[in-house]
Design a protein around this ligand. Structure first.
Ligand SMILES: [Zn+2]
Length: 263
């Protein structure tokens, strides 16, 4: 069985002393590919360095909405330059966040827009973080859609079915993380049951939010993705192996700079 963790902050300081073991445990658990997702210029560079050294690790480069206030103006140009590297397979994470409200909303929108435009120029897919601002996200996606097709994923999706449907209509993929496995997440599981099979992705969003039965354990790590995969397979009524095969196939289709052959 091959699993693809499409969202992990592998460069995070929480992994500093244990990164080698974390990657080994992931591979032992069948996680053959991982996408290391940047949140600042420095972390994007760290993700790329990791991707260049580690088989099966790929990088996404971008500036997170919660960090765009700290970005220097030259940082964005550096992200644009990084995006042409062959181990960079996606842009982000980007999006909007009204919950933490770390950066002025107009500035978050400015950076989200830059990622969307760069995606349309390069063909690289984008990764969307959404917290308490579904309608604003959809409005910006719809505006971008008028300039051309969209390639991207709603990461760690926690919205309702109508929101998922609008994102699907815009051509996006939907990715589920450990929250899917929590006891209180019945509504989210019913959404996950109804996403078309060819648009589904899975992720850990490690080091955050470990899945049940490891909830509360820090840090979360890619090896634990099997719990989310198992939960998703169960709610959709398909064997785990089928869910793993389908989601890995979907990820390779979306992050198409990754070679199809095993790393
Ligand atoms: Zn993330």
């Amino acid at each position: 069985m091959e699993l693809f963790d499409t969202h992990a902050h592998l460069e995070d300081d929480q992994f500093a002393a244990i990164r080698e073991q974390v990657l080994q445990r992931a591979r032992a658990a069948g996680v053959t590919r991982m996408l290391a997702v940047g949140t600042t210029l420095a972390s994007s560079r760290a993700c790329l360095e990791l991707a260049e050294r580690q088989a099966g690790v790929y990088a996404s480069v971008g500036i997170h909405p919660n960090h765009c206030q700290q970005a220097a103006e030259g940082d964005w140009q550096a992200i644009v330059e990084l995006s042409s590297q062959s181990r960079v397979v996606a842009l982000g994470e980007t999006g909007l966040d009204r919950y933490w409200d770390y950066a002025p909303f107009a500035l978050q929108q400015d950076y989200f827009e830059r990622h969307l435009r760069l995606s349309q120029e390069t063909g690289l897919p984008f990764i969307v973080h959404m917290r308490d601002c579904g309608p604003e996200i959809v409005a910006m996606l719809e505006a971008a859609r008028r300039h051309g097709p969209l390639r991207g994923v709603m990461h760690s999706f926690t919205g309702d079915l109508p929101l998922a449907q609008r994102c699907l209509d815009l051509g996006l993929h939907i990715s589920f993380a450990g929250m899917l496995t929590f006891k209180k997440s019945d509504e989210l599981r019913s959404v996950a049951a109804r996403i078309p099979a060819d648009r589904l992705l899975i992720e850990t969003d490690s080091p955050y939010l470990s899945p049940h039965p490891h909830r509360g354990q820090r840090p979360n790590e890619p090896a634990l993705i099997e719990h989310t995969a198992r939960c998703l397979a169960q709610v959709r009524g398909v064997p785990l192996e089928e869910l793993a095969r389908q989601t890995t196939h979907n990820a390779l289709g979306l992050f198409s700079r990754i070679p199809m052959s095993l790393p």
